[in-house]
Design a protein around this ligand. Structure first.
Ligand code: AMP
Length: 576
């Protein structure tokens, strides 16, 4: 197989061999070509996790066109902006997204986006899910993919050969440091990078099966682009495209998929694992998951306690990978994905992946800091294949990523520490670093200490008013602590734990209990917004936020306390 498509929402299960995938890609390419798409043209995609999304992406590549995914659930204005940005010949969408409890109308949303956009693409292709509901179609513009497919299935559409530097796609980052940034990737370097990473980062082999499961691994995010579509297919593997949320109705669904399709390699996010954890760990051991060699995580610092429990329940190694939309593939990974190698402690220290010249540097001078000290994670030139290219303006690209430090160092805008063995741990965004007189802490350092508390589900730590260290804590039962006495007890224990494990300087000035923390739609904690709220400012660009109500709740989670701290320290470094 090349593709296994499973949807919990529609109940569909489809399998495609490489031959069949080739036919489907040609059919989609035929449809796009009929609508005037050719080399260099943009195609905007607003698609759920469905096989047709893969066909459409690969059809663009076949024609030398550039796909631009827009994340589902964004505001109408955001979609309109992306359409105006890309000026696409065609927009591809579906009638509904069926991943959750309710079907979400994608096409209706695209209609609203097109109404708000200045640029009008020639056509909208709609892939129907068979939901049977009425679907307003604009005559002359909107086309049903089933009709187009019928015309082109069985046709061979000639490949448009392109230079290695020809753009393959554009995509936005998740916006954890500010507004989402536009990233463009080339065709040749991307193929080299992903082929390399399948083999040397994920230890995956042709003929095996890869399952990048929901969370950040949505097809519309970089994780999905790289490891649902391009990576496994370049490697000759079968890739599982699964539409659904394991937390709904059936928390064991992932492990059933692993059993049924003999999945060897999985990739998911700490957020998705956290959601699974809510249903206990029993559902992980009731299936035959012996085919699975590795469960990789990406996108956020993993929660050590949960990773260990998952690893024990499944009997596989849970391994962290650290990377960015800009790089397209892992920068850091745990030493070796081969199971016979000694497992590393679940502290997520990682070695640089081949091609990445990683350093931790002083945020002011750009000089390398010694092992054991923290600094900004930077990458020495040249970046390896697959990393982002300048979009439109070289000047802007250089200014954004290469101007913070001398000697052409690329800034990841992350804060990290190297140990004596040359392994790195990523401690959070450099902008979110908590500065106390004499010492700086990455958000993760303090948050991990809090997360170790048995009643804590998750925590976010920020510098609030007058540099007060403020910890927002979600408790395990998902609710705020009602009882004042137990609240005071947990508050004290949390503060003591930080003092014991991290140091007196890191002790939170205040602990506020909340029922949720703001995250991007790809599952990343929005520290910059939490920091703004804690400091009584507006949260800034929230176009990628998943749960804006969490921000609202935070505003009312007790008025900020102003501690008696002599020194107010300004944030420096990184870009917002
Ligand atoms: P994005 O903007 O979506 O590309 O997010 C990339 C950012 O996510 C990185 O720069 C890190 O801040 C964070 N990140 C990704 N993976 C990890 C990880 N394994 N551990 C810690 N942070 C991570």
């Amino acid at each position: 197989n090349a593709l296994v498509y499973i949807s919990s929402g529609t109940g569909e299960k489809r399998e495609y061999t490489y031959r069949e995938l080739h036919e489907e890609v040609n059919a989609f390419a035929g449809a796009l070509k009929e609508l005037g798409v050719s080399r260099g043209d943009r195609v905007v995609m607003y698609m759920p996790m469905m096989a047709e999304a893969v066909f459409a992406m690969l059809a663009c590549v076949r024609l030398g066109a550039i796909h631009s995914f827009v994340f589902r659930g964004c505001a109408v204005g955001y979609l309109a902006h992306r359409i105006d940005d890309a000026e696409p010949k065609v927009v591809v969408t579906a009638d509904y997204d069926m991943s959750g409890a309710d079907a979400i109308p994608c096409k209706k949303f695209v209609d609203a986006g097109l109404d708000a956009a200045r640029f009008a693409p020639g056509h909208v292709i709609v892939c129907r899910r068979g939901s049977g509901g009425s679907m307003p179609m604009t005559g002359g513009r909107d086309l049903d993919y089933a009709d187009l497919r019928e015309r082109y299935i069985g046709c061979e559409i000639p490949v448009e050969w392109v230079e290695s530097s020809h753009p393959i796609y554009i995509l936005h980052t998740s916006g954890t440091t500010g507004s989402p940034r536009l990233v463009q990737r080339d065709t040749g370097g991307h193929a080299v990078a992903l082929t390399t990473s399948m083999r040397h980062v994920f230890a995956a082999k042709p003929g095996e099966t890869m399952f990048a499961a929901s969370g950040a691994s949505d097809i519309g995010w970089v994780v999905g682009h790289s490891f649902i579509v391009y990576g496994p297919l370049l490697c000759g593997m079968a890739s599982v495209v699964y539409e659904g949320l394991p937390a709904r109705a059936d928390p064991g669904v992932w492990w059933r998929i692993v059993e049924e399709y003999g999945v060897n390699t999985m990739l998911t996010s700490p957020t998705a694992i956290r959601a699974l954890k809510k249903h206990g760990f029993e559902h992980m051991s009731g299936h035959d998951t012996s085919s699975l060699r590795n469960l990789f995580l990406a996108g956020e610092p993993p929660d050590k306690r949960t990773s260990l429990r998952v690893s024990e329940s499944l009997g596989v190694a849970v391994r962290d990978t650290y990377w960015q939309t800009e790089t397209g593939w892992p920068i850091l990974r745990e030493r070796s994905p081969e199971p016979e190698d000694e497992p590393l402690e679940a502290a997520s220290f990682g070695f640089p992946c081949p091609g990445f010249d990683v350093r931790t540097v002083d945020r002011e001078s750009g000089e390398e800091v010694p092992a054991g000290e923290s600094g900004v994670l930077a990458i020495g030139p040249p970046l390896p294949p697959g990393c982002a290219d300048a979009v439109r303006s070289n000047e802007r690209f250089i200014k954004t990523y290469f101007s913070d430090f001398p000697r052409g160092l690329y800034s990841t805008f992350d804060w990290a520490r190297r140990d004596e063995m040359g392994r790195y741990i990523v401690l959070g965004r450099a902008n979110d670093v908590i500065k106390t007189p004499g010492q700086s802490f990455g958000t993760r350092e303090i948050e991990e200490a809090i997360n170790d508390h048995e009643n804590v589900e998750e925590a976010a730590v920020v510098e609030g008013v007058a540099s007060a260290i403020t910890a927002y804590v979600v408790l395990d039962d998902g609710d705020t602590v009602e009882n004042e006495a137990s609240r005071t007890a947990v508050e004290r224990e949390v503060k003591d734990a930080v003092e014991r494990k991290v140091g007196t300087a890191a002790r939170p000035d205040e602990v506020r209990f909340v029922s949720d923390l703001p995250r991007t739609r790809s599952g990343k904690m929005l520290h910059r917004c939490i920091r703004a709220i804690a400091a009584g400012r507006e949260p800034g660009d929230i176009s990628t936020i998943k749960n804006p109500e969490a921000l609202e709740a935070m505003r009312s989670a007790r008025p900020p306390m102003i501690p008696e701290k002599a020194e107010v320290i300004e944030h420096k470094g990184g870009k917002e």
